[in-house]
Design a binder for this molecule. Structure first.
Ligand SMILES: *[C@@H]1O[C@H](CO)[C@@H](O)[C@H](O)[C@H]1NC(C)=O
Ligand SMILES: *[C@@H]1O[C@H](CO)[C@@H](O)[C@H](O)[C@H]1NC(C)=O
Ligand SMILES: *[C@@H]1O[C@H](CO)[C@@H](O)[C@H](O)[C@H]1NC(C)=O
Ligand SMILES: *[C@@H]1O[C@H](CO)[C@@H](O)[C@H](O)[C@H]1NC(C)=O
Ligand SMILES: *[C@@H]1O[C@H](CO)[C@@H](O)[C@H](O)[C@H]1NC(C)=O
Ligand SMILES: *[C@@H]1O[C@H](CO)[C@@H](O)[C@H](O)[C@H]1NC(C)=O
Ligand SMILES: *[C@@H]1O[C@H](CO)[C@@H](O)[C@H](O)[C@H]1NC(C)=O
Ligand SMILES: *[C@@H]1O[C@H](CO)[C@@H](O)[C@H](O)[C@H]1NC(C)=O
Ligand SMILES: [Zn+2]
Length: 365
């Protein structure tokens, strides 16, 4: 297959650092129609100039408006049928929340509302516990929220150069805008999870609207990339047992985190660039002192902008020195079939060729 060999060549060139072609946005001959063409662009401005990818653009009328709260489209019989098939089992005695939490919400936290109490063990029976740490010892479940970012090639090239795989939590509206960037995650061997259609506080949405946020993000990833995710991360971590039960009915495992870099929360006051550096450093110190010797960790980090991706690059080698294994969350769970489609697999944890350098290895050289 010609496209495959071109793709391999592209990867090779990136790895050996020869692909330093600066593309001028005006006179560019960049191929904006294929994953490999888009992945070869190195000018961030050009990467972020819009393009039209017909397989997605031609279907946009079957989706909610990009970056607007999702609801089931009136002529979408498949979505309606799915909702009708699960809605009877979604709890109706768990109230829609306000943000921030209302003062009369019971301090017993009856709904296992993460935003209120960091609860990750559902109180409603039949729901699995959220994943907030990689279960394997000295293992980092590596991942990034809010992509695909239009100018992520430098970051993805870096991961490729390290042979490092990660989990990407993609926002459906971003996938609709940047479908070739979304395809790159799969082509590079990363894991893709859903991160809703428009990134709302999910507990503030009606059950039907929350369903639509998940459903259309899954359908958009399927349309743009060809696979349907089986994991999701709630924006802001805002999940309770009502939202968990909707995700669970859609086959989505809820992935949280135990540590937060706060890289997406810079406000120039209480949270600055330095806060993020401190958070990374504290996390690395914690990993180095044996805290994760028996159970690994997940830290919240983002593919949001140049700063968040640059920090990820900056701290990668220290993370690699302080964890024995850095793998996508699904790999840490031995989840070899990460998508609904059965013809795509991830390695098991044991098989994973993700960097497996022992922290003591460097002493031998
Ligand atoms: C809601 O109802 C279910 C049974 O339908 C019950 O198990 C659960 O405890 C109730 N939850 C709350 C928060 O009252
Ligand atoms: C909290 O107050 C709001 C508004 O006054 C009310 O609608 C809601 O039912 C109350 N919730 C609880 C758990 O008492
Ligand atoms: C490791 O470091 C963290 C953060 O400084 C600290 O909370 C924890 O108690 C330390 N654990 C051990 C085993 O030293
Ligand atoms: C963690 O494991 C390392 C390597 O086996 C060991 O040196 C260290 O003492 C352990 N620390 C804790 C807190 O268990
Ligand atoms: C991606 O990152 C660039 C550079 O930081 C930023 O300007 C842009 O807004 C981001 N775009 C998306 C879609 O996240
Ligand atoms: C951040 O932006 C600079 C300047 O455009 C670019 O050289 C660098 O590759 C970007 N870094 C990442 C990780 O995207
Ligand atoms: C993953 O598989 C390995 C090898 O079979 C096993 O040792 C490990 O306990 C499994 N981990 C999880 C989280 O299931
Ligand atoms: C999986 O099968 C679908 C068609 O059913 C095909 O379009 C896709 O390319 C296949 N993916 C892989 C990784 O083989
Ligand atoms: Zn997010």
């Amino acid at each position: 297959m010609q496209s495959l060999s071109v793709y391999r060549l592209h990867k090779l060139l990136v790895v050996v650092g020869l692909l330093h072609v600066r593309v001028n946005a005006q006179t560019s001959t960049a191929d904006r129609t294929t994953e490999t063409g888009e992945a070869a662009i190195t000018d961030p401005n050009e990467e972020c100039s819009p393009y039209s990818y017909p397989p997605v653009v031609n279907q946009l009328s079957a989706f909610p408006s990009i970056w607007e709260a999702a609801s089931i489209l009136s002529d979408d019989s498949a979505a309606q049928a799915k909702w009708d098939s699960i809605s009877a089992n979604i709890p109706s005695n768990i109230s829609v929340k306000t943000q921030p939490p209302a003062s009369n919400y019971s301090s017993d936290d009856p709904d296992c509302w993460w935003t209120y109490s960091l609860c990750t063990e559902p109180k409603l029976s039949g729901l699995p516990v959220d994943i907030s740490a990689a279960p394997e010892p000295s293992t980092l479940g590596y991942g990034f929220d809010d992509g695909p970012n239009c100018s992520h090639n430098a970051f993805y090239d870096f991961l490729l150069s390290q042979n490092q795989k990660a989990t990407f939590y993609y926002i459906g509206s971003n996938v609709a805008d940047w479908p070739l960037e979304a395809q790159r995650a799969l082509a590079d061997g990363h894991e893709i999870c859903a991160h809703t259609w428009s990134h709302p506080y999910m507990t503030t949405f009606s059950s039907e609207a929350a369903f639509a946020e998940l459903w259309y993000s899954m359908q958009m990833i399927k349309l743009a990339v060809g696979v349907t995710p089986t994991c999701w991360r709630p924006p802001y971590g805002d999940v309770d047992d009502r939202i968990r039960s909707i995700a669970n009915a859609l086959g989505l495992q809820t992935i949280m985190w135990g540590y937060d870099s706060e890289d997406a929360d810079i406000n120039g006051q209480s949270i600055t660039d330095q806060t993020v550096v401190t958070n990374y450093n504290n996390f690395i110190t914690t990993a180095s002192n044996g805290t994760f010797n028996f159970t690994g960790a997940i830290i919240l980090t983002h593919e949001l902008n140049n700063f968040t991706m640059s920090e990820a690059v900056q701290f990668y080698s220290q993370l690699k020195s302080s964890f024995q294994h850095i793998v996508p969350v699904g790999v840490s769970l031995n989840k070899t079939q990460p998508y609904v489609e059965t013809n795509y697999s991830l390695p098991t944890f044991e098989q994973c060729k993700c960097p497996l350098r022992s922290r003591f290895e460097e002493l031998e050289f």
